[in-house]
Structure formats: C-alpha cells, structure tokens
Design a protein around this ligand. Structure first.
Ligand code: NDP
Ligand code: X2W
Length: 356
C-alpha cells in the first residue's frame, strides 16, 4: 500500500529499515532522507528500542530524530511499501514469509536469500535457514547484470560487498570466454566497517591500526556466492577468494588474476568490458595504467575498474574498487529499490566522490 505523502505532486512510498542502527542501516537513512520518492522512514532496532535515532547517531540531530522501534517484521510489513533488512545473517530467513511478501517488498542486505541452495547456505554460514518457501522467489540484485529480473521481484537479495566488486570485475571475461575459468584468483581488501558496528575484538583500533591481516583463506562465505553467480554463465566455476582487513574505515579493492585463453589479446578484453559496461552509469572503465583507488569512489555508488594483460605470464589482472557501505551495500540496495519500483535508477544515489 502506497502512502499519502507527496513530493512535488507525486505520491511517495513508506520505507522501513530493520537494523537502522547498524552501519549499513544508518547509511540507508542518509540516502533515503534525500530520496524524492520516499516519504516516511520507519526505523527498526534491536538494542536501542525507544531511543531517538539521533541519540544513537548524534550526527543526525535535527535531521532524523525519529524513535527506534522494535524490529517486528509484521508491523513493518503492514505499514511499509518496502522493508530493507540490514541485519546479521540468519535473522531475515526467520521472518520473511509469503504472508509478509504479500504486504510489502523486501530488500535484504544480508546473505539469507543470496544462495539458491539451502544446504550450501547452512554449510558456509554454519546456521540454519528457515526461509525455504520464499527462497526460490528471491532475485540476486546485482543491478547491472540482473536489471530485468529485479523489476518484477518482491524479494531482493542485495549482493555482498566483496562479491559485488568480484563478480562485476569478472563477468565480461567469463561471459565472453576469454579466460581459463579454473585459474581465477581473487585477492580482496576491505576497510574495517565491512565488519559492521557491533563490538568485536578484531575490529578494535589496536587490532587493526598499522597492521594488515589476511583471513578466511579458502573458507570465506562470499566464495560460494561468487561461484554461483559466475557459474550461471554456463560452466561450473570454483575459484580462490582471499580477503584481507586493512586499516581504513571503508573501501574495497579486489585484484583478480586469471590466465587468458589462447589468442586473447588486450583489444578482446577491452571490447568485452565495453560491451557490457560502456553505458553503465555506475561503472567506470579506466584505461590500462590508470589504476583504481578506493578514495576515488568513496561515498558513491560507483565501481572503478581497470585491467592489465601481463603478456609475460599470459595473465589478465583486473583491479577494481567500490565503497563497501555504498555500492557494496546501501546505495546498491537503493539502486535495487529504484529498479523494483520503476523510479529513475540514479534517484538518490548519484553522489560525487568524497575524495578525502
Ligand atoms: N558492513 C558492510 O560493509 C556490509 C554489510 N553487509 C551485510 O549487511 C547486514 C548488516 O551489516 P552492518 O550494518 O554492517 O551490521 P551492524 O553490526 O553494523 O548492524 C547490525 C544491525 O542489526 C541489528 N541486530 C542485531 N542483532 C539483531 C537481532 N537478533 N534481531 C534484529 N536486529 C538485530 C542491530 O541492532 P542494534 O544496533 O539495535 O543492536 C543493528 O542495527 C549484515 O548481514 C552484513 O553482512 C553487506 C554488505 C556490506
Ligand atoms: C571486513 C569484514 O569483516 N567484512 C565482512 C564482509 C561484510 C559483508 O559484505 O557481509 P555480507 O556477508 O553480508 O556480504 C566479512 O568478511 O565477514
């Protein structure tokens, strides 16, 4: 049900955010406050129920002073045209039901509806999945690739931050069969906000500052997500994915290595990227030698990418960057909302980089 607020004569939608008090939830609030099609924003929390949002995040004083409400999915579904779920894994699958989806659209920023196979989810996430009856209708929301499928869905699985950067980087190479699919290695680096706002020893200043660490080698849960999406292009793909934690607030850099197939040259690779992305507003193809930097996309919905063909070893090396909280989470979620509701795709997310 659409609400009765108006902006410049247009009807606006009611939006709910479960997990508004987390990092991705708070960024959603920032974006949606300025979205022309959005009226009321209902804020859901876990630990701050009854407190004003601007008491939890004092940056929002006089901007969003609404009260944090209990994260009751049924109540949110009754009152909102779309509910964003910015919650830890395992929570969304318990509360998204067919009844809920009859009342509202759901955009889940977590992983519960990203993998199509429940066993794979339970194996990699080490937690039970409760949403079997709705999982099959979820659409993987990588906007530039899945735009047509996104339009009609009422359950949207927003991709992970590492996965957004990795899949968009590899898609043209795999789709055009330019690389040996058994040779893919993804080296990824993330800022600390990728771990969320929750208190965790590994995210403490002294644990991260002036230090870099590798983690999840061979076991990180984004591996099956990347493999599943790339395997949809035809052949089963298994690959190596290795994340690193670097001492910065935000940003993701992936450096991806793959052997090129016989006869593949630089122009073939360039043509492949141009074929899929030259008209994509939020993907910037940089020339060889113009290498991506996380600061160049800070605060934006942009993915910057550039490749080098290292002829000595017959390998293509693709470097890409995104802002993990934006294209890697919240602004991509709003891009998905725009597509789902038929709004202008850039509405509310057309940011200029905040370089410093
Ligand atoms: N951080 C990132 O860069 C990215 C995160 N994601 C995914 O988005 C989701 C949210 O991440 P992020 O914002 O970083 O996480 P945070 O830890 O910052 O926030 C988690 C939110 O969930 C709420 N919450 C915690 N436990 C429960 C519960 N049992 N029931 C209801 N609500 C609960 C918290 O409420 P309260 O604050 O009130 O305790 C908080 O609002 C996760 O699934 C994450 O994997 C995806 C891409 C990128
Ligand atoms: C730095 C850091 O800890 N990053 C997180 C990934 C955050 C994320 O994208 O979570 P999703 O699983 O919802 O995609 C991690 O490696 O677990």
């Amino acid at each position: 049900m659409y609400n009765v607020s108006y902006y410049g004569g247009n009807e606006m939608i009611n939006v709910g955010i479960l997990g508004a008090t987390g990092y991705t939830g708070a960024i959603l609030v920032s974006i949606l406050k300025k979205h022309k099609e959005v009226g009321n924003i209902k804020l859901g929390s876990h630990s701050y129920v009854g407190q004003d949002f601007s008491d939890v995040y004092k940056a929002f004083k006089d901007i969003e002073d609404g009260e944090c409400l209990d994260s009751d999915m049924n109540e949110f579904a009754d009152e909102c045209d779309v509910v964003f779920m910015a919650l830890p894994h395992g929570v969304a699958s318990k509360v998204v039901t067919k009844e809920v989806l009859e009342k509202t659209k759901v955009i889940d920023l977590g992983a519960d509806f990203r993998l199509s196979d429940i066993d794979t989810y339970e194996e990699w996430y080490k937690t039970k999945h409760y949403g079997e009856d709705v999982l099959s209708e979820s659409v993987y929301g990588l906007c530039e690739i899945e735009r047509e499928n996104i339009k009609g869905t009422r359950l949207l699985a927003n991709p992970g931050c590492y996965t957004t950067c990795s899949i968009l980087s590899l898609y043209p190479l795999v789709k055009e069969k330019l690389i040996d699919i058994n040779s893919i290695i993804i080296d990824a680096k993330s800022g600390v906000s990728g771990a969320g706002r929750k208190a965790a020893t590994g995210s403490l200043f002294c644990e991260c500052n002036e230090s870099i660490k590798v983690y999840g080698i061979g076991t990180h849960r984004h591996t099956p997500e990347i493999e599943e999406q790339l395997s949809k292009l035809g052949e089963d793909i298994t690959l190596s994915f290795t994340p690193h934690l670097v001492p910065m607030n935000k940003g993701i850099l992936t450096t991806i290595y793959a052997n090129v197939n016989e006869g593949v040259g630089e122009s073939d690779i360039k043509e492949a990227y141009e074929k899929y992305y030259k008209d994509e507003y939020f993907i910037r193809l940089r020339e060889t030698g113009d290498l991506p930097v996380t600061n160049y996309v800070k605060g934006t919905n942009i993915l910057d990418t550039s490749f080098v063909l290292d002829k000595r070893v017959n390998r293509v090396i693709v470097s890409s960057v995104i802002d993990n909280l934006m294209k890697g989470a919240s602004s991509q979620a709003v891009q998905n909302m725009n597509i789902m509701f038929g709004f202008g795709e850039k509405e509310g997310i057309d940011f200029v980089p905040m370089y410093i």
